[in-house]
Design a protein around this ligand. Structure first.
Ligand SMILES: Cc1cc2nc3c(=O)[nH]c(=O)nc-3n(C[C@H](O)[C@H](O)[C@H](O)COP(=O)(O)OP(=O)(O)OC[C@H]3O[C@@H](n4cnc5c(N)ncnc54)[C@H](O)[C@@H]3O)c2cc1C
Length: 318
């Protein structure tokens, strides 16, 4: 049985794995550097409550026909708001990944460092010292991370196709997770709101989304400018800088329970060529991710399906 390795367990990786499983008898293995599944679908527990600290809500218009999306709706893993095309995951966004990846071979805490050629196939080297042989590879990491791996690898691929990928970049995002005594009245009817404050751009209500059973658990996303300027600072310093703005919104009775930094949150610019990219056709090596589409939930899925389709077409032609 031939093997394909998919790097990442975010949405693009998940949907490429699902599509390949339906249409091939490959052995599929997914590897992620993180301890949890889902990439930028991320949920965290703190003091009995929970926070979504990555993607917050999404639209499904372009992916509505996928059976997996219908299954998620039917099983209550995702729900919409007021019959609108605005969906969220009541138990936390990570649950989407957990549900969809239930029966796959997953290797968590496997950070791919480099790839070597091995006969007509590949050898993958991970930070934890392990290696894995694979016939084909799909990489779904944010582009700078995929390029770093390719740079360190001794493999053949079409450099013409990758030369402009270094221009693709993402906004960073610092996230602050707070428990407040005061309910944010603006959020009585909404799961999140834009904030017209300098350093804070958006606040989400985890209780209203049913992510947190405890009330007044809010996720604060900092503006791209503030996130960029403070990315390398300690959280203590960042939180101190935000103190006045947070107090203006919540009063002084709040506690910061957690922070997170996304170096790659939302793409700044996009790959223009197609929804994914094959850089070696002979020994299939493909790239996918939200930067190939629209930088969102539905776009990441579209990209994952696209690279899986390219794999199928590529192999059929051999
Ligand atoms: C703060 C924030 C808010 C957002 N809000 C929204 C929103 O409201 N609506 C919306 O539609 N979208 C939102 N997004 C964007 C959405 O989350 C992404 O478009 C989507 O989840 C991207 O999926 P992906 O598969 O392309 O990448 P990712 O989910 O980033 O998956 C890439 C995976 O690769 C793994 N990886 C990276 N390097 C390695 C390595 N060397 N070895 C092994 N694994 C590796 C990572 O751990 C990760 O799991 C938000 C994102 C962030 C960060």
């Amino acid at each position: 049985m031939k093997k394909i390795s998919i790097i990442g367990t975010g949405l693009s990786a998940i949907f490429s794995a699902i599509h390949l499983r339906k249409n091939t008898d490959l052995e599929i293995n997914l590897f992620d550097k993180a301890r949890g599944l889902g990439g930028r679908l991320a949920t965290r527990r703190a003091e009995g409550g929970k926070f979504d600290h990555g993607a917050q809500y999404f639209t499904i218009e372009t992916i509505n026909n996928l059976p997996e999306i219908q299954m998620l709706i039917n099983e209550g893993v995702i729900k919409n708001i007021d019959d609108k095309d605005i969906y969220f995951s009541p138990d936390g966004m990570t649950n989407i990944a957990k549900k969809l990846l239930m029966d796959f071979n997953i290797h968590k805490e496997h950070k791919l460092i480099s790839i070597d050629k091995k006969n007509e196939a590949y050898k993958l080297f991970f930070e934890n010292g392990s290696t894995f042989d694979s016939d084909y590879i799909i990489m779904s990491c944010p582009m700078p991370q995929s390029l770093e791996i390719l740079d360190k690898s001794k493999i053949d691929y079409n450099n013409n196709l990758t030369k402009d990928l270094g221009d693709l970049s993402y906004f960073p995002c610092i996230v602050v997770m707070i428990k407040s005594e005061m309910k944010l009245s603006k959020l009585n009817k909404h799961i999140g709101t834009d904030v017209s404050s300098g350093n804070i751009s958006w606040i989400g209500d985890n209780h209203r989304k049913k992510v947190s059973s405890i009330e007044n658990y809010y996720t604060i996303q900092c503006s791209p400018e503030f996130s960029f300027e403070n990315f390398d600072n300690e959280y203590e310093e960042t939180n101190e800088k935000l103190k006045h703005e947070i107090e203006d919104i919540f009063g002084s009775d709040y506690q910061i329970l957690s922070n997170h930094k996304w170096r790659y949150s939302i793409p700044k610019n996009f790959y223009q060529g197609d929804n994914s990219l094959v850089i070696n056709e002979k020994n299939f090596l493909g790239l996918c991710g939200d930067i190939f589409t629209n930088g969102r939930f539905d776009g990441a899925i579209t990209s994952g399906l696209s690279i899986a389709d390219k794999f199928l077409n590529n192999e059929l032609q051999k």
